[in-house]
Design a protein around this ligand. Structure first.
Ligand SMILES: [Zn+2]
Ligand SMILES: [Zn+2]
Length: 228
């Protein structure tokens, strides 16, 4: 009987996270914990590993075999938007408000400056040039603010995605070192046979071959008449 069956035979069998039994989902023993904390649902463990951003058991420190992947784009943006943790959207409402207010103001001011610059250029060089420079500074300042703000929130979203990747558990039952079966006698024999296959039988002493044959080495291909 393996270790999983031993655990299943315990009177109280439940998931150590949600405390539900194995009727809705199979209980697994993915780490070296035993007793009442030895069993867990796959879904509960994957949620915990996703939330904790960890790849090992928090009790026995067993390293799980897992695979991580990003959430779907829309789902990750929505969950990042709703996140209240430090990796959530910091100050994005204020930035959106500024975007709504500043964008039309900047467009209107740039347009007026451009029209004024073209008009004043006919009257004098410096008036028109000053307005062109003012127009350029308006566009440059707005663009700089826009790029810095977008980059800040993009980095915040990517950090959130990296910390909240979906975790898939690859190995659901722990690998015990003593689960490896000991070498059987047949395996040992076959290994010796393979080893002796490297020898050229014709070069072996017949008495040595007879000696080995008594201990079970198959030298059937040797001509028996050469031994006598
Ligand atoms: Zn559970
Ligand atoms: Zn454990």
């Amino acid at each position: 009987m393996n270790s999983t069956s031993d655990k299943q035979s315990l009177k109280s069998i439940y998931c150590r996270i949600c405390h539900e039994d194995g009727n809705t989902e199979e209980l697994i023993d993915p780490c070296e914990c035993s007793g009442t904390v030895g069993l867990i649902h796959t879904g509960c463990l994957e949620k915990w590993l996703t939330t904790s951003n960890s790849a090992q058991c928090e009790i026995c420190k067993y390293a799980f075999s897992i695979k991580k992947k990003d959430k779907p784009l829309t789902q990750s943006i929505w969950q990042w938007w709703l996140s209240t943790s430090g990796n959530g959207p910091q100050g994005i409402c204020g930035d959106l408000f500024c975007f709504v207010i500043l964008t039309p103001l900047c467009v209107a001011a740039t347009y007026l400056c451009a029209v004024g610059a073209s008009t004043y250029t006919r009257n004098g060089f410096w008036e028109g040039t000053g307005l062109f420079i003012l127009c350029f500074m308006l566009v440059a300042t707005y663009s700089l603010w826009f790029i810095v703000t977008i980059r800040f929130h993009y980095k915040s979203w990517r950090d959130w995605c990296n910390r909240n990747q979906d975790v898939k558990l690859l190995v659901k039952h722990r690998v015990m070192t003593n689960d490896v079966p000991p070498e059987s006698e047949n395996n040992t024999t076959s290994r010796h046979v393979n080893m002796m296959d490297h020898y050229d039988n014709s070069t072996l002493n017949p008495f040595f071959i007879r000696f080995l044959t008594r201990f079970g080495y198959p030298f059937h291909e040797i001509n028996q008449t050469t031994w006598v």
